[in-house]
Ligand binder design. Structure first.
Ligand SMILES: Nc1nc2c(c(=O)[nH]1)N[C@H]1C(S)=C(S)[C@@H](COP(=O)(O)O)O[C@H]1N2
Ligand SMILES: [Mo]
Length: 411
């Protein structure tokens, strides 16, 4: 399989495989000579020559795809899902959405104020917070606008462009309920306002049931401190909820009895409905899946065996089933779900496939443990209207031409 991106390891892999086939035509001893009996490379770099903070191989070029608006302060980047393996997104490839750039915050000076309908109002330093018991949880984070450009017609040329606003990390932090219980929450408290310390002062109202369920004051990601892009030194993590509610550079939590109807709640993240209504609080990112390989932008290298591999996730719970169709939706086959299969987390699915060389379309469909089945575009239009923007979770179709070329199509 080839990818149209330079430096793709898959391509190198196939070039090597090609060499091995021609070598097989030689006698076995010649083959041995050509491969194993080559003179040793000699010494490599010493440990002292390698960096104190590890770098990836210079041959690996997978990169986020960046874009911004106006002054550039509002911007984001997309994760290269087509080259991902397993369920964890390397921190350096986690997608980004910033409403006012990435602030530079010294953790020794960072403070979190908690006030409002609490028994005791308090300001926490990072040191104070990190003394509390912690949890380590694998969760995906997805921007509500992931696939926004795909609503009307298929436009993205790779899965990075169609689905790259989702990533998955192991997050470490203190459960929000531990801190709220420590301060005491008044009986009439129903909502928590979370505010970020960036220029945009991103603010969202979080329902108290979520704050007391699995919300995390996260300070680490994949075993090390958060990256600045992900909210260093502290972010709110509300697993399964739309990305923007996961407030980065978190510096204030206010406990109240009603939502605040903040700027972001009444504009960008309120979703128009076909019946002239507006859905104001779309918390949960619904069940979704996508085949990441083979996917648009790649070319199949002739008929034969391919492993279909993809990601499924649901903000409502755990992925129960992923079905894959290799014949344009006529028949569906249960894919293998690779362990671990965790709630509100990317789940890797795979399915062996032998391509017969004929034109076809690949698609995947997830079902979560609430019974929710990923819709088609038609199904999604019925609920959200044909000109929606946020919460696109429709089934993705990858068309395979006889040449092996893969493109993003609607049906
Ligand atoms: N303070 C603050 N928090 C923020 C944002 C922001 O601009 N400022 N962007 C939000 C949006 S829209 C998304 S999708 C997620 C993205 O998180 P990431 O950049 O770590 O991927 O952060 C959310 N939290
Ligand atoms: Mo977002």
């Amino acid at each position: 399989m080839k990818s149209n991106q330079t430096g793709n390891p898959t391509r190198r892999h196939f070039m090597k495989a090609g060499m091995a086939t021609s070598a097989a035509l030689l006698s076995s001893s010649a083959l041995a000579q050509e491969t194993t009996l080559e003179p040793s490379r000699g010494p490599g770099k010493t440990v002292m020559e390698m960096g104190y903070y590890g770098e990836r191989s210079e041959y690996v070029k997978d990169a986020r795809m960046k874009g911004n608006r106006g002054t550039g302060l509002i911007g984001g980047s997309l994760t290269p899902l087509q080259h991902g393996h397993g369920i964890v997104t390397p921190s350096g490839l986690h997608f980004e959405v910033h409403h006012s750039g990435v602030p530079d915050i010294d953790p020794s000076e960072h403070k979190l104020l908690i006030h409002g309908l609490v028994g005791e109002e308090k300001v926490f330093t990072m040191e104070d917070l990190m003394r509390f018991p912690t949890v380590n949880r694998f969760h995906f984070l997805e921007c509500a606008g992931n696939g926004m450009g795909e609503w009307m017609s298929p436009r993205g040329q790779t899965v990075q462009q169609t689905h790259g606003l989702t990533s998955c990390s192991q997050w470490t932090g203190v459960p929000l309920k531990v801190i709220l219980n420590e301060l005491g929450v008044r009986g009439d408290a129903k909502w928590v306002l979370a505010e970020g310390d960036d220029g945009a002062r991103m603010t969202r109202s979080i329902p108290m049931w979520k704050a007391m369920d699995d919300a995390i004051l996260a300070f680490a990601q994949n075993g090390e401190f958060l990256r600045p892009e992900q909210g260093f030194p502290l972010r709110l993590l509300v697993p399964g909820f739309e990305g923007n509610m996961n407030v980065k550079w978190l510096h204030r939590l206010e406990v109240g009895d009603k939502p605040w109807w903040t700027h972001h709640e009444v504009t960008e993240y309120a979703d128009p409905r076909p019946d002239d209504k507006i859905r104001a609080f779309s918390f949960i990112m619904e069940g979704r899946s996508v085949i990441t390989s083979p996917s648009a932008g790649m070319t199949l290298n002739g008929p034969g065996f391919y492993e279909i591999s993809g990601l499924a996730w649901s903000g409502a719970g755990t992925i129960k089933k992923v079905e894959v169709s290799m014949d344009n939706g006529n028949t569906w086959h249960d894919a293998n779900l690779e362990a671990p299969v965790l709630p509100k987390c990317h789940t890797r699915f795979t399915l062996p496939w032998t391509w017969d060389g004929k034109e076809t379309t690949l698609m995947s469909r997830s079902t979560d443990d609430t019974g929710y089945v990923q819709p088609t575009y038609e199904g999604m239009y019925k609920l959200q209207g044909p000109i929606g923007l946020m919460h696109n979770n429709a089934i993705q179709n990858w068309h395979i031409a006889q040449t092996g070329e893969i493109t993003n199509v609607r049906s």
